[in-house]
Design a protein around this ligand. Structure first.
Ligand code: SF4
Ligand code: SF4
Length: 300
């Protein structure tokens, strides 16, 4: 039975597809978007998370760590990612819940058992299960196993993807996916590469193939002020979506709520000065998409 690595299962979600859903967040992503809300999703392995405010400096974590991955210096707790084997002993020893180990490794059966508990909500609301991330298709065997089991049980399935994976992976699962949530971050390849770490070519090619194959797709565009909210980019997104005969688009306002998360997982937040777009600005952008003939919603 295929096993994967996840960092969260969120119940009663209303933003990851139709109806009431359970969203399973898989760990690992080939992109590193500067505005990522879930930096803890990016690395495929588990995460040691330190909540400095809760630490009472008892140093029990240092004492129990057999790998010497925790050390105290004049700067406080220092964690060595290279040495850490994520055994969780420090988490167990910490009396003040200042340490979390993020990343569970369930198998397909465990996921299916968990998401089936809320079946009544799916049936009554037209909801189901969404696989998100990170990039879920990085764990294709695990994802395929879950989708197969959910389809056998008649549960509606959504895959929320960056689109950056081989076409073989999409081919393998497309029949088992009722709806794809598909991100377009930037139409300009150079800008895309600058802000996400990879080219948009494969992403746009896969989107085209999925659309031509008749898959149901909702496009999602994060609106990041001064990065992708200019008229030219909006128009290029419109043109591309229309050329694929797609109609549904969700525009997601940038939020800077994740800054603290970056600190906790020891990653740099590259756009601390960017302000969240105003409601007025979001409405203006929505209007531009509507003028192109698209069905637009603001938010997930
Ligand atoms: S998870 Fe294990 S190896 Fe890593 S810091 Fe904690 S005790 Fe040490
Ligand atoms: S065990 Fe917990 S409270 Fe004690 S020093 Fe380590 S992180 Fe801080």
């Amino acid at each position: 039975m295929s096993q994967g690595i996840i960092f969260n299962i969120q119940k009663y979600s209303l933003h990851d597809g139709p109806g009431i859903r359970t969203t399973v967040f898989l760990k690992g992503c080939p992109l590193s978007c500067w505005w990522c809300h879930n930096p803890e999703s990016q690395r495929k392995k588990g995460e040691f998370i330190f909540l400095r405010k809760k630490c009472i400096l008892c140093r029990d974590c240092e004492r129990v760590c057999l790998k010497a991955a925790v050390k105290f210096t004049e700067n406080g707790l220092c964690h060595d990612r290279e040495k850490c084997i994520l055994c969780g002993e420090c988490f167990k020893a910490c009396p003040s819940e200042a340490i979390e180990i993020l990343g569970k490794k369930p198998d397909v059966d465990e996921i299916v058992k968990e998401v089936e508990k809320d079946r009544i909500f799916y049936d009554e609301s037209g909801g189901g299960v969404t696989l998100s991330g990170g990039e879920p298709l990085m764990q294709i065997d695990f994802v395929d196993g879950i989708l197969t089991a959910l389809k056998e049980r008649g549960i509606h399935t959504v895959v929320d993807t960056s689109g950056y994976t081989s076409w073989e992976n999409f081919k393998r699962i497309q029949e088992k996916v009722d709806l794809f949530l598909y991100d377009i971050k930037h139409m300009d390849d150079e800008e895309h590469t600058k802000y996400t770490g990879i080219s948009n070519k494969l992403i746009l090619d896969n989107l085209k193939k999925l659309a031509l194959n008749g898959n149901k797709i909702w496009i999602r565009v994060p609106i990041i002020p001064s990065i992708n909210d200019d008229d030219l980019n909006i128009q290029r997104v419109c043109n591309y979506i229309l050329s694929l005969n797609l109609r549904d688009i969700f525009i997601l306002p940038y939020h800077n709520i994740a800054i603290d998360k970056y600190r906790r997982v020891d990653m740099e937040y590259k756009i601390p000065d960017i302000q969240e777009p105003s409601n007025k600005k979001m409405e203006e952008i929505a209007e531009k998409f509507k003028e192109c003939g698209l069905i637009v919603k603001i938010g997930g």
